[in-house]
Write a protein that binds this ligand. Structure first.
Ligand SMILES: *Cc1c(COP(=O)(O)O)cnc(C)c1O
Length: 442
């Protein structure tokens, strides 16, 4: 049966349109779904799907019938069977996420952490080794530190800005290099192309089965500000809970990568079960991704103004925001943090430290600023998470990164006085007003 394509897919090939446009419309008609008569695709709220014959049911299972190590079947299930194997809302969202990140395929998960676990699951096995940048999001640190070693996966911590140390850390067992850029929470950057170039060289002497992969957690930047796949990495993982949804109502995660990984990720998701609920996929698809560009354009402008305000204040010792001229890695920032129009897009997050002679004094001051804001500020809220339309502030040392022991935090670059600020959609002057009051109370 040949169906007439929907009007939206008939004219110009969709690749000619800008990513921002494609994130508004997505694909309303494919062999697996037909929403060409809906303006907005409905929430698919069905855990299971009617199968007309056993033969047709068997066809749907083909893509999941093979076992680990035998992945020739390219997933093209003609029908849906059961939500954990796949359903239309997630598939629609995954197509758009692949578009957003310029990747070949995307597979969503229940949270960012579930996506990270899946990536580790498909690439690593007993005896293999992961090399991670010395500073990571606290839960990622905990996953690598507390869980991977239980499966006999070795974790090495290296400063990815020290190329020599990185080269020396790589062994024949190394399968994955993993980092964030900007690094949560310090806003330090890793030069993606330097790492990729090094690994490319290395892989020339390795068989396909032994090759080293590079993965970037792109949660901080979002694909609006940075697309690591364009710089040659193999995989992007990110939380959808943060900037991509932006409204703070749902959780989700995604792995974007080469098409060969699609089957592995689907099979992993089916068997480990960290599937994104269709009711959470839907707002990310309908509200989050389509509004990402317009939100972030505005939020970046505000972040720039707030960072400039903090920087000129004598009571502040350091402001790390990639958009500032004083930012140490300004060159790398401009090279790899760009929006879809190749304009500099330094993101919505910053890290700042109040002046103080000792770490204890800086910690006390940070405490006073953040607690004052928690009690008195209208435009800022003491809360973890980031990339939200509401401005959020937190103290990484005692909150998001508390799984890293204090002495390790210092060694790896987190100051006890460090404060993380995620800028929302409020008017810049209002955020600055509330910051002025908090600094006066410090
Ligand atoms: C929040 C976050 C995660 C985890 O995402 P969840 O959706 O909360 O599981 C991973 N990496 C970074 C950098 C994050 O900020």
């Amino acid at each position: 049966m040949k169906k007439k394509a929907s009007p939206k897919s008939r004219r110009t090939p969709k690749g000619t349109y800008a990513p921002e446009t494609r994130l508004i419309w997505g694909e309303s008609f494919t062999p697996k779904w037909d929403y060409s008569h809906h303006l907005i695709p409905p929430i698919s709220s069905s855990s299971t799907f009617r199968l007309s014959t056993t033969k047709r049911g068997a066809k749907g299972f083909i893509e999941f019938a093979h076992h680990a190590g035998d992945f020739e079947v390219q997933s093209k299930a003609p029908i849906y069977i059961y939500d954990r194997l796949g359903e239309p809302n997630k598939d629609l969202l995954e197509q758009n996420l692949a578009t957003a990140e310029h990747g070949e395929c995307a597979v969503t998960f229940s949270t960012g952490m579930a996506a990270e676990s899946a990536l580790c699951g498909i690439l690593l096995g007993a005896g293999s080794e992961i090399i991670a940048h010395q500073m990571l999001y606290g839960c990622t640190y905990s996953l690598f530190k507390n869980w991977l070693p239980r499966y006999n996966i070795k974790v090495k911590w290296v400063d990815f800005n020290d190329k020599k140390a990185l080269v020396n850390a790589i062994s024949p067992r190394t399968r994955l290099l993993y980092f964030e850029t900007p690094v949560n929470p310090t806003m330090e950057l890793i030069d993606i192309e330097t790492v990729v170039g090094m690994v490319k060289q290395l892989n020339q002497n390795r068989t396909q089965a032994n090759r080293v992969f590079v993965a970037v957690d792109n949660t901080f930047a979002t694909p609006f500000c940075q697309r690591p796949l364009e710089h040659g990495v193999d995989f992007v993982v990110e939380s959808l809970t943060k900037g991509i949804l932006g409204f703070g109502t749902d959780m989700g995660g995604v792995v974007v990568g080469p098409s060969w990984s699609y089957d592995h990720l689907l099979l992993y998701r089916k068997d480990f079960g960290g599937v994104l609920s269709s009711k959470s996929a839907w707002p990310i698809l309908v509200y989050g991704l389509p509004s990402l560009a317009v939100r972030f354009r505005q939020q970046i402008q505000t972040a720039q103004q707030v960072a400039e305000y903090l920087e000129q204040d004598k009571r502040i010792g350091l402001v790390n925001y990639p958009g500032l001229d004083s930012f140490k890695q300004r060159g790398i920032a401009r090279q790899q943090m760009q929006n879809y129009d190749k304009e500099f897009a330094p993101g919505v997050l910053m890290y700042f430290i109040p002046k103080g002679k000792t770490p204890a004094e800086r910690h006390r001051k940070a405490d006073r600023i953040v607690n004052y804001i928690a009690d008195n500020s209208y435009t800022m809220t003491l809360a973890v998470s980031l990339g939200n339309i509401r401005t959020l502030i937190e103290h990484p040392g005692s909150m998001t990164h508390s799984s890293i022991p204090p002495d390790e935090q210092l060694k790896r670059g987190i100051d006890p006085g460090g404060i993380r600020l995620s800028i929302g959609l409020e008017k810049p002057k209002d955020i600055i007003h509330d910051l002025q009051q908090a600094l006066a109370a410090m």
